[in-house]
Design a binder for this molecule. Sequence first.
Ligand SMILES: C[S@@+](CC[C@H](N)C(=O)[O-])C[C@H]1O[C@@H](n2cnc3c(N)ncnc32)[C@H](O)[C@@H]1O
Length: 231
Amino acid sequence: MNIPLSNRLKACCELVRQGDRVADIGCDHGYLGIHLLRENIAASVIAADINEGPLQSAIQNAGKFGVKDRMTFYLSDGVNSIPKDFDTLVCAGMGADTMISILESAPWLKNAKYRLILQCQSRRPALRKYLYEQGFCIRKETLAKDGRFIYPITEVIYTPSPALSPAQYHITPALLKSGSELLPAFYQMVVDGLVVSVKGLSRTGGEKYEQYKAVLQELKELEERIYGNRC
Ligand SMILES: C[S@@+](CC[C@H](N)C(=O)[O-])C[C@H]1O[C@@H](n2cnc3c(N)ncnc32)[C@H](O)[C@@H]1O
């Protein structure tokens, strides 16, 4: 029986180290943890969700795939009700505001012994800026494609580092270093999104308009340096 794991979640799993004790926050169906255990990547998995329905489905699926004995289940808002004895926290499929509120309520995660694997669905630049302001740093970033969507997945660690530039919160140095074959398409997607935002804001102008315009300019210059002029 195959686990229905998306490329997005597979890419999260690829950042988990052999033998890690993993906490999957917002586990929903539980497939990420189940895959990590079935492939003998993780030593153990804490599966947590804020909602009873998804947690029950994770428990059922863990039984179905024969890994229930190596998984523990918690009804928990973020990491508030889980034990702290894990190495890697995975948080996937949530927006920046939820991830920020999870991190805000757990200052104990500001410790280099924890690695965070974050796959954020919305307002990613805001999350990245928050991470750097809080002393976290993006060590690795990769991309995964499901259907027509490309998702960045970041490995984050607590190591106070210099802030990134506004454009680097959209395309990080770690992602540029990744060598991902999806990078040109993702870059274009980010630039296209910014063009739409700048166009929309051009009627009213203001601080946000100027910020987005500057980010777009920086990204276009960077793109020319990396890929040359593609016109
Ligand atoms: C869209 S699903 C993503 C599931 C899975 N991680 C994935 O990426 O496919 C989001 C899950 O996070 C849970 N969730 C939302 N806010 C949460 C929080 N503050 N703490 C724990 N779980 C949360 C939801 O109940 C839901 O099951």
